[in-house]
Design a protein around this ligand. Sequence first.
Ligand SMILES: [Zn+2]
Length: 146
Amino acid sequence: MILVTEAWNDIDSLRNMAWKETKLYSIVNFKCPYCHEGEFFVSHPYDLAKAGDLHPACTECGRKYSIEPGFYYGAMYVAYAIGVAMCVTAWVAMMVLAPGLGVLPQILIISAVMLLGGPFFYALSKIIWANMFFTYLGPPKGAPKA
Ligand SMILES: [Zn+2]
């Protein structure tokens, strides 16, 4: 029984290691695209005064988050894709859940989804854009392993 538990723990830790090395881990957790440990954003997306503000460099590994001036303008393309995907998702959900809904309520609901989700989609677009250009380089040197 102990052997099985140990084997299971080994598999579990291996799976956690592999998951931590994926770009999706960095995106979902808003972590540094290089080391997946430092924070990417200064604050959470709904802290509107600091929405989408990045640290200039990783707090754990020290690598810079911007490789050239205006680097994050490209995140607009990602934000556009997320916006279209969310509008279509909201519209399809309405068609399935409330097929008889009028055009005006549809427009209001989709607008509400975009308005309320806006700060989150903005942050998401930046971390996705960063992960399109930066790759995982392992844990920061000298830092204790998780
Ligand atoms: Zn880092």
